[in-house]
Design a protein around this ligand. Sequence first.
Ligand code: SAH
Length: 440
Amino acid sequence: MALFQVEGWNLKEERVAIGGITKKKSKREKKRDKKLAQAAQAEEQDQIDDEVEDEDEDEEDDDEEVKPAKTTEKIEAKPKSNEETKKIKKRKHEDVEQPKTEKITKAPVVQVAAPVSAPLPVQKLSPLQQKMMAKLSGSRFRWINEQLYTISSESALELIKNQPVLFDEYHQGFRSQVESWPENPVDVFVDQIKLRGGNKQVNAPGGLPGLPNKKIVIADMGCGEAQLSLDVSNFVKQYNASQQEKNNNNNQKKKFQKGGNNRRFPTGGPRSLDIEVHSFDLKKHNDRITVADIKNVPLPDNSCTVVIFCLALMGTNFLDFVKEAYRLLAPRGELWIAEIKSRFTESGEKTKKQEDIGKEFVEALKLNGFFHKNTDNSNKMFTRFEFFKPAQDIINERKAKLERRQKFVEQESEKEELETKRQTNPEGKWLLKPCIYKRR
Ligand code: SAH
């Protein structure tokens, strides 16, 4: 059975490369295998029991891909004691205990034959050991994921600062998940950059927004391993090289054509692209990344033209990230967001139409000053949004219009209400539900 009872989000055992062991096993290895086999048996029995007990719940969940937490309470993951992990026996609901307060618990310490944080080379493990390893990795992935969705961004920064290995373990699991999706939202964003950047002039209708000097500055907030920055810089290099080549060919042609075609650039796209990507996350996994809590990144006001949150609205205070995006963006700059569909309040309501998903979220962003451009619900897994920061003249116009309709005060009080509500009930508990995975 898959680790998560959610289609598309399973860390299947088969994903671990199976390396055969041909040499004769030592006594110690045999003993270790026996111990693991017993543990696995107990585990399987537990699982059967759990499946039976979970049947009702499963039906209710309707096989959704990613489950938001059933309640909006915080989750306190219980770290396993050494004794427990040695036995590799789970207690029922070990991963979905309901927490009382925001609390960063220490990562579960896994001390089995192959500790997850310092794994043995996979090919040295027997298939059974590999299976157990996959289960433990999945369990740790779920634990870290749960933490990041149910604590504030300050606490998340602290958590990863104190235990950086959690970031690597998280991304190991995250990568496996993404591989099983029909589409990776990062690729969708990169395609947007290629399409709009390659075919249209900067700041022209349909083109990418840029600074007055045409430079496009992107902030990838919660970048993970900063794939977007790598892909974009490769694209820019390629694009500029091909434009240069076209330019050279054209100049050559012109030399031989008397009064011929005077067009210097055959395509309607820009002559060259200048795109800078800033990538922020909780750990400096590689040189492209700057460590920062995305509620407060080291870039000046109005310095970016696109801000991206790709599955990164994780902290319970994620509206602070949205406010930070507003600060960073130059007027007419765009905010791009992708989030897992089941996080939206509307997604649980069976009567709601696809196009309604994300409406409450959009309203909250509008109250934070953004104009809504587009919601794309065509993907099965995630919803993609585009907003922009209006220029000052548009803000003034809008204000005057609202005042004429005597709606300005109404909007201001809605803003206040939202702020008051988030003081006592952070938005990560109600505006976007956290993704909590079922135990298995
Ligand atoms: N955008 C990447 C990674 C998504 S996973 C992608 O789509 O592939 C979410 C990422 O957000 C994780 O790497 C996590 O560490 C990061 N993150 C969560 N809260 C953060 C915070 N407060 N500040 C910076 N990064 C954060």
